[in-house]
Design a protein. Structure first.
Length: 363
């Protein structure tokens, strides 16, 4: 019986990496470009000590021979995968979506890729499972964007050994935290309405499991307390315009209501509709303030007075803090608080009887 011929590693006449055998190597690129292997390595690893003309020649050679830099091997050599994971609540909200966009933009600008992993419920099992999946994806660090209170409970333990930054949560001192100054914004909204002459301010709060909603509700209440004003029972929504509309119908039916602070712009939109349907003019009879300054807020009718928060700054600070952890090690420190700004538009005005009120000056 004749012996089978040995299979050649590269078929006769074939260019390495073009149709069989091993893939194209750095040596193949170096030969094609007429440069050293060290120069090809520098280009593949994004080093800056290569002149532009040589870099272009090497990149063109890579395209011709079909060479793709091996990111996994490069990560083993450099100890970096240049990839960042984001664990985010599966329930979409306006704030989470805008913050995620900002994180992605900041990550790409730094030459990293992003791996997104939504979690349905932020329980210990879900969070641990998310970290395990991200470890399989080989990420250098993780941004956690989960606003629910469960993240702050003692039974939720974040794994050690992987750089982590937490957005919009309580100040866990073992991890950097980036947050919008929720309390300052809510206090500014409430003071604005009191300064216009309203005796008190009603509040439509966000869902109770939301850390941001709780901060805004507490700041509203403490601002009224300091001013010596009555604190009406807060209503609760779920961030949606529909929940704002339902709450708005109850508010519209109460003639004592002259000022409403809604915990986000979308719920404020529902309140505006309910007041309009009830024949209560805004701001002639009732003033309304939102929170977020979403792009559409200036196009509400009337244009909405609101609290502007910078989702772009939150995302940028989070990525900066995470990259600092990745490159320099260490964690903790004071939380980064991104400031808010009151944007006054046409949905707020003095109440109809402002000149007849015995107004207590805000404290």
């Amino acid at each position: 019986m004749p012996r089978p011929s040995p299979t050649p590693s590269t078929p006769p006449g074939a260019v390495p990496g073009r149709g069989g055998g091993r893939g194209p190597s750095m040596a193949d690129v170096a030969k094609e470009a007429g440069v050293s292997g060290q120069t090809v390595s520098r280009v593949a690893n994004g080093r800056s000590n290569v002149d532009d003309a040589t870099r272009e020649r090497v990149l063109a050679a890579m395209r011709r021979v079909g060479y793709r830099p091996n990111s996994a091997a490069r990560a083993l050599r450099n100890g970096r995968f240049r990839s960042i994971g984001v664990i985010i609540s599966a329930l979409p909200t306006f704030g989470n979506s805008r913050t995620l966009d900002a994180i992605a933009a900041a990550v790409v600008a730094e030459g990293f890729s992003i791996v997104l992993l939504p979690v349905t419920r932020p329980t210990q099992g879900e969070v641990t499972g998310a970290f395990s999946k991200l470890n399989e994806q080989a990420v250098d660090g993780v941004v956690i964007l989960i606003e629910q209170h469960q993240l702050d409970e003692s039974e939720i333990e974040l794994p050690h050994g992987l750089p982590v930054v937490v957005i919009d949560s309580s100040a866990r001192r073992d991890y950097p935290v980036v947050d919008t100054d929720q309390a300052h914004g809510a206090a500014a909204a409430t003071r604005h309405l009191l300064d216009l002459g309203h005796r008190t301010v009603w509040h439509l709060a966000g869902p109770p499991q939301s850390y941001a909603a709780e901060r805004r509700r507490k700041a509203w209440q403490s601002t009224l307390d300091r001013a010596g004003r009555e604190v009406p029972p807060p209503l609760t929504g779920d961030w949606s315009p529909e929940s704002g509309y339902r709450a708005g119908k109850a508010l519209a039916a109460d003639p004592a209501v002259t000022a409403v602070f809604a915990a986000n712009d979308q719920m404020a939109l529902g309140v505006l509709r309910a007041l309009h349907e009830a024949g209560r003019s805004v701001p002639g009879e009732v003033s309304v303030v939102g929170f977020d300054d979403m792009d559409e807020s200036a196009c509400f009718w009337p244009p909405l007075t609101t609290i502007r928060q910078s989702f772009e700054a939150v995302g940028r600070h989070a990525v900066t803090a995470l990259l600092s952890e990745i490159t320099a090690g260490g964690r903790g420190g004071e939380p980064v608080m991104v400031p808010t700004e009151l944007v006054v538009r046409a949905s707020t005005a003095p109440p109809p009887d402002a000149c007849h009120q015995d107004v207590i000056a805000p404290g």
